[in-house]
Write a protein that binds this ligand. Structure first.
Ligand SMILES: Cc1ncc(COP(=O)(O)O)c(C=O)c1O
Length: 399
């Protein structure tokens, strides 16, 4: 057996079976490319679910990480460190937020927001204790913790894990009038992804978020946008909310906040919502640690200073044009915004996974989502030539 078969066999023997990865064992990454243990190079069109927006092993983020790792990595929040204030300042300047709470994973940021808006509901809005409701959308994906899967509509994510956390109400995504009908006096928040990523890159109709914003403002409901996947340049804007010119009350970011080096997430908010959390009511040993802060500061700098957000818009339009030009009777739909793109296949195509394997053999890594859709989300540093090459391989695999 060669190295990769050995490693795969060991993973299957000892690892919990909670993932079904493509059988490619990666050992190195640089920019848009990754290499497997046999030396084959691939164009990465997943970017670790948009965590590697800045490209693999970006040298400036690496340098910041190494420098900080040699100086101070973790103090816990029992003491202060000399990186957190700078991260707050830089994030606030970039996003206009007034209060920030750093965590580690995306799911933790979502949980944090849920806790904060419930408390805000009781203390500020005046909702009776224990009655707070949060409205979510069907086919959402916000993470894997118990409260989050309690309001998932995906049976794979939810079934068998009850009893479930109450206090959530589900409406169809993209239907503002259904949302209007679901709001009542106990509604403390609406939690939505600007574009549903895991559901297959589902873009809501134009005007949807303008109306959602109006409804939230009119009913004193906190609008929480989960930008963990759409944020930090992925859709050709720093935050996807900018496409409709609206502002969420609470924005969740994660993934690319570290450029893929380290789990770093954050809740960005106005002062009223995060202001309800007092010492002892929330936290995390690693949240806001100096290593995470130094890495995040470098990851944000690189994103802005190296023009990655603008490149995502340009290359995204170009990639979408390329995908749309593919003539194949198994392609049902092509969609995307910025470098968050998807090709949905006809049901007769027999599932997307086999095409991901075909693409892998051609040197391009992409991931099937929900059986019939292939998502394409390369690092934001992709060039025109690399997009041309990718479209050629996708055309080969689909025709
Ligand atoms: C929109 C969205 N929210 C939350 C999460 C959860 O993030 P994490 O896997 O870091 O917990 C994800 C991860 O894919 C996501 O796409």
């Amino acid at each position: 057996m060669n190295t990769s078969s050995n490693l795969i066999a060991t993973e299957q023997r000892l690892g919990a079976n909670n993932y079904k990865p493509l059988d490619v064992v990666l050992t190195r990454g640089e920019g848009v490319h990754v290499w497997d243990t046999d030396g084959m190079r691939y164009l990465d069109c997943l970017s670790a679910y948009s965590a590697v927006n800045q490209g693999h092993c970006h040298p400036r983020i690496l340098a910041a990480m190494v420098e900080q790792a040699g100086r101070l990595t973790l103090t816990s929040r029992a003491f202060r460190n000399d990186q957190l204030a700078y991260l707050y300042e830089e994030l606030a300047a970039l996003t206009g937020s007034h209060k920030i709470l750093p965590m580690n994973s995306g799911a933790e940021a979502v949980e944090t927001a849920i806790k904060a808006v419930r408390k805000w509901g009781y203390e500020v809005k005046g909702v009776p204790e224990g009655q707070a409701e949060i409205i979510v959308c069907a086919n959402n994906f916000h993470g894997r913790t118990l409260s989050i899967i309690s309001f998932s509509t995906d049976p794979d994510a939810r079934a068998g894990f009850g009893p479930y956390t109450p206090g959530f109400r589900t409406v169809p995504f993209g239907d503002a009038e259904a949302l209007a009908a679901a709001i009542n006096a106990n509604t403390v928040a609406v939690l939505i992804e600007p574009i549903q990523g895991e559901a297959g890159v589902i873009i809501p109709p134009a005007g949807y978020f303008t109306r959602v914003r109006e409804l939230c403002t009119a009913n004193n409901v906190t609008l929480i946008l989960d930008e963990i996947q759409t944020g930090l340049g992925r859709t050709g804007r720093l935050l996807a909310e900018e496409h409709e010119g609206i502002e969420a009350d609470v924005t969740l970011i994660g993934k690319a906040l570290s450029g893929g080096f380290y789990p770093v997430s954050a809740v960005l908010s106005n002062s009223e919502v995060l202001g309800v959390l007092k010492p002892g009511q929330h936290g995390s040993t690693f949240g806001g640690n100096p290593l995470a802060c130094a890495v995040a500061r470098a990851a944000l700098k690189v994103l802005v200073e190296e023009g990655m957000i603008e490149n995502a818009e340009k290359m995204g339009d170009y990639f979408l044009e390329g995908l749309s030009s593919i003539r194949s009777n198994i392609v049902k739909d092509v969609r995307g915004r910025g470098l968050m793109l998807a090709v949905e296949l006809e049901p007769e195509a027999g599932g997307a996974r086999q095409y991901c394997y075909a693409l892998k053999d051609l040197g391009l890594l992409a991931k099937d989502t929900h059986d019939h859709t292939i998502r394409f989300a390369p690092p934001l540093v992709i060039t025109r030539d690399q997009v041309d090459w990718a479209v050629e391989q996708i055309e080969k695999a689909l025709t």
